[in-house]
Design a protein around this ligand. Structure first.
Ligand code: ZN
Ligand code: ZN
Length: 352
């Protein structure tokens, strides 16, 4: 089968790999949708071999098939896999991490936080979903509700699920106003989910296209920091001078991160989900003397992934609308070149 590989410096290679067969505890998925996530861009842009420096404890062997939002149908099961775990033909999402499976983090569905260090991040250090087939342990599967499309399942498997996880970490309530910095796939999902939960959303982005989409997805106030001298003043004006109850940074911009802390009211909470880069805050005025809580949030557990999917199905949330572009494997080069500009919506690869 063909698999999409990042060859370094924004180059894509479509390489040959053997069709996978399941080990005793594994399944093989026939991939029906494999989403593109903003966190892939740093690996896509890195020089050849640069993806080895990922901050993950365990190394990479050879070229890796990308795509860490895999969704599809179980095509084969290993000899130890019970019918309760997985059946051929079952519609599933995949939680894209493998840990030891038994430590306190793994056994509560947080395999990315494994006490022994995560063994594999699918699509980053292990083969992911940008191919016709993908092998993974049965314990990494999360059932896809019948009401949801494979594309929605792909989005939930990283970008949308990450937004869900952050809103839960923040304790969002329907009477809250939340400022969401960055309206790429994660920030836009947070706008959509927070609006569905009843909250008022202030959306920020430097791209007019992305702001227009945020409005469609439920944002009440749009702020473009490139065109607004006083971002904090605009947020205060919209909140009776107090500031937002909550904020979420999905941009990873140092300035946005600082403003995400500064824009919340006394006792407010700011959450960081954007990866990479840094932030400088003045601890006393920005945080300490206003009782502000800063939270880091990394994706979600298998349990959270299932809950997110259930919420989206029950409320009829149109997650498919996140996707502005659908691509074949052969179009992966064009797909990532467009995504790299960070003005379009989310893309998805449909390999089968
Ligand atoms: Zn573990
Ligand atoms: Zn991701």
């Amino acid at each position: 089968m063909k698999g999409v590989v990042f060859a370094g410096d924004r180059r894509i290679a479509l390489m040959d790999f053997p069709d996978p067969t399941p080990g005793p505890d594994d399944v093989v998925l026939e991939i029906r949708a494999s989403g593109m996530c903003g966190s892939d861009l740093k690996y896509y842009r890195a020089p050849a071999g640069g993806t080895a420096a990922l901050g993950f404890a365990k190394g990479i062997q050879g070229p890796i098939i990308r795509g860490h939002e895999p969704c599809g149908v179980v095509a084969a099961v290993g000899s130890n896999v019970s019918a309760k775990q997985a059946r051929v033909g079952q519609r599933v999402m995949q939680h894209h991490y493998r840990g030891c499976g038994v430590c306190p983090q793994c056994s509560t569905g947080w395999m990315q936080l494994c006490d022994d260090g995560v063994d594999e991040v699918y699509g980053t250090t292990g083969h992911g979903g940008h191919a016709r087939y993908m092998r993974c342990p049965a314990r990494t599967l999360v059932p896809l509700p019948d009401e949801l499309s494979f594309e929605t399942g792909a989005a939930i498997s990283c970008g949308t699920g990450t937004a869900w996880g952050a809103l839960h970490r923040l304790g969002l309530q329907g009477d809250h106003t939340i400022a969401i910095f960055g309206q790429g796939p994660v920030g836009l999902s947070a706008t959509q989910l927070a609006s569905a939960m009843g909250a008022r959303v202030i959306a920020l982005d430097t791209s007019p296209e992305r702001l227009a989409r945020a409005k469609e997805f439920g944002a009440e106030l749009l702020i473009n920091p490139k065109q607004t001298n006083d971002v904090l003043g605009a947020i205060r004006d919209a909140t009776h001078g107090r500031g937002a109850h909550l904020s979420l940074d999905a941009s990873s911009s140092p300035q946005a991160r600082r403003q995400a802390v500064q824009c919340v009211r006394t006792w407010g909470k700011a959450c960081y989900v954007g990866e990479g880069d840094t932030v400088t805050i003045e601890v006393s005025p920005d945080m300490l003397r206003r009782q502000v809580t800063i939270i880091g949030s990394w994706t979600f557990s298998t349990v959270g992934q299932a809950e997110c999917a259930r919420f989206i199905a029950d409320r009829g949330i149109e997650v498919d609308k996140l996707f502005t572009h659908r691509w074949t494997l052969e179009q992966a080069d064009e797909a990532y070149r467009l995504f790299d500009r960070q003005t379009a919506g989310k893309g998805v690869i449909l390999p089968n």
